[in-house]
Design a protein around this ligand. Structure first.
Ligand SMILES: [Cu+2]
Length: 266
């Protein structure tokens, strides 16, 4: 166990499965070291003050207070460390996540639509372009209101789980049908609010195959705690097979078949 991974080990972070996640963990570790030092330092100072300024030794209260500059220097030191954490670690990490989105045909694109109390994933099919969705078309058989007349949507499909390919960057576009939810992907060290009427993109690169739970990170109603979804990262080969299996045949103009469900989850 490395000394720099000690606190993360103690607090038991979930398994890490994304490329940028180690930087998030590194920052978490640094923040925890800072607050550990602050907790010990300020606690010791507090106990020292209780002893040093006890009533027996100081029968008359001092109206001048602290005369030395030590505490000011310590305060400045804390501000400097916090500035380094914020400007040196947090902002650069956030800037890459929020502005340097991957482009190209190789990027896996998914729409994640939250509702009380589940997620539905919308895949654009082989053409890589999502068909239009309209709220007035939403029904039991068409939970996302996909417009079946839209040529871009002919090859789209929906799925109950977030399925991704290992070592391929992905962009997940998140929205909600009703109230505010949050798609929290702990192994990917990323999460995003799903806000009705808006869309928000997140991107990351899974580097490990596996299957994990996803949780809703916003208290969204009575069934919030049961809003557990699943995320599966497959090898490229398995992902291709899964994608092909779920892509509707383009020759037939058929009605949507509802939402395909992962076999292990049913
Ligand atoms: Cu929710």
């Amino acid at each position: 166990m490395q000394i720099l991974g000690l606190i993360n080990e103690l607090i038991g972070l979930p398994e890490l499965a994304s490329e940028h996640g180690s930087m998030v963990d590194h920052m978490l570790e640094m923040v925890h070291w800072l607050i550990t030092v602050l907790l010990i330092g300020w606690s010791a100072f507090f106990v020292f003050c209780l002893w040093r300024f006890r009533q027996k030794r100081n029968p008359k209260a001092s109206y001048v207070g602290v005369r030395g500059h030590a505490s000011t220097h310590v305060e400045i030191g804390v501000v400097v460390v916090e500035a380094i954490l914020l400007l040196g670690f947090a902002f650069p990490l956030w800037a890459v996540r929020s502005s340097e989105f991957p482009t190209g045909d190789d990027v896996v694109r998914v729409r994640a639509v939250g509702e009380q109390f589940k997620w539905t994933m919308h895949y654009p099919g082989p053409d890589g372009t999502f068909g239009m969705t309209k709220p007035e078309l939403i029904s039991g058989q068409n939970p996302l209101g996909r417009d079946l007349e839209d040529p871009n949507g002919k090859d789209d499909f929906v799925f109950t789980e977030l399925v991704l390919a290992k070592d391929r960057e992905c962009i997940v576009t998140i929205t909600s049908k009703d109230v505010i939810h949050n798609l929290s992907l702990h192994p990917m060290r990323i999460g995003q609010d799903a806000i009705p009427g808006t869309i928000a993109d997140i991107w990351f690169k899974p580097i490990k195959t596996g299957r994990w739970e996803t949780v809703c990170g916003q208290l969204c109603g009575a069934g919030h705690s049961g809003m557990v979804g699943y995320m599966e990262v497959m090898s490229q080969e398995d992902y291709d097979a899964w994608f092909k299996e779920n892509t509707p045949a383009l020759t037939e103009d058929k009605e949507p078949e509802g939402v395909a469900t992962a076999k292990e989850n049913s």
